[in-house]
Design a protein around this ligand. Structure first.
Ligand SMILES: [Zn+2]
Length: 272
């Protein structure tokens, strides 16, 4: 692949440029190991196998019993269990600014959604995708909202797969985050509820688009469900007919028998 043999500095530069141009095609996005271009989602076989693909449905009834905070979501889905590997994916995207990772992450999510027959009705009902918003200052500091990047990739992928006769519309600024909130995992019970009071509002210019629409709310992680539910409440108060939620990963807290039975192997078998 490399044509420079004499000058190692030039070769080093050439490799750096290649990495910048084609970061997904050269290294595993999770562990950094060199991989060829044929690997699914730019993940090496070891990471692919080590990821805990979990179960795609988050049982909201269980959530309601546990936290009493998920009243407005119609369904919640997640593609993997939050652990070492998924944490690495999310951290690299979010904090190490590897924005190119949003694409394979959204591909994983689209494939997980479309590979499950029982999700067909939900998917074909979706009119709009909405990312969980970041506060303006936080977005400015980070340079992007990871949920927005994922929602964008996911929307394009779902539209290209023609899962529905209608075209799904991405509305990135449908919800507005009025202030930064403490990480939900760092607060408990009532604090969690108070932490979100007034945190989100609706962008009125989308009133007619939202009226009677089914929304797919997108985030990188589902932790307590309180944030997603608050977003769902605002969407419903402003005319949404249904709000379904999808995240890349979900925390171990919700593994207490709350997931639908489905083995990782079912999903992996088709990919390796
Ligand atoms: Zn790897």
């Amino acid at each position: 692949m490399y044509y420079f043999t004499g000058n190692s500095r030039i070769r080093f530069l050439f490799e750096k440029i290649l990495q910048l141009l084609f970061p997904m095609g050269t290294y595993c996005i999770c562990c950094g190991k060199y991989i060829d271009l044929t690997r699914t989602y730019c993940l090496c076989d070891q990471c692919m196998t080590a990821i805990n693909w979990g179960h795609i449905f988050i049982d909201l009834d269980e959530e309601r019993r546990e936290a009493g905070r998920t009243k407005y979501l119609d369904s919640a889905l997640s593609c993997m269990v939050y652990g070492l590997h998924s944490r690495r994916l999310v951290f690299d995207l979010k904090y190490n600014k590897k924005t190119f990772m949003a694409r394979p992450i959204s591909m994983i999510m689209a494939d997980r959604l479309t590979s499950d027959e029982s999700l067909k009705d939900i998917l074909s009902s979706i009119d709009i995708t909405v990312p969980v918003p970041l506060h303006r200052q936080k977005k400015k500091k980070r340079g992007f909202n990871q949920a927005e990047l994922i929602a964008s990739g996911l929307t394009s992928r779902l539209n290209s797969l023609k899962i529905s006769t209608k075209k799904i519309r991405l509305i990135s600024d449908c919800l507005i985050r009025n202030r930064s909130t403490l990480a939900q995992r760092s607060v408990t019970g009532e604090q969690r509820f108070a932490n979100l009071e007034g945190a989100f509002s609706f962008n009125e210019k989308y009133s007619s688009a939202l009226s009677g629409a089914s929304v797919l709310l997108v985030d990188d992680i589902f932790t307590t469900g309180a944030t997603a539910d608050r977003c769902a409440r605002i969407l419903k108060e402003n005319g949404a007919k249904a709000v379904h939620f999808i995240s890349l990963a979900t925390g171990n807290d919700f593994l207490k028998g709350a997931f639908r039975e489905r083995d990782d192997e079912d999903f992996l078998a088709d990919l390796l």
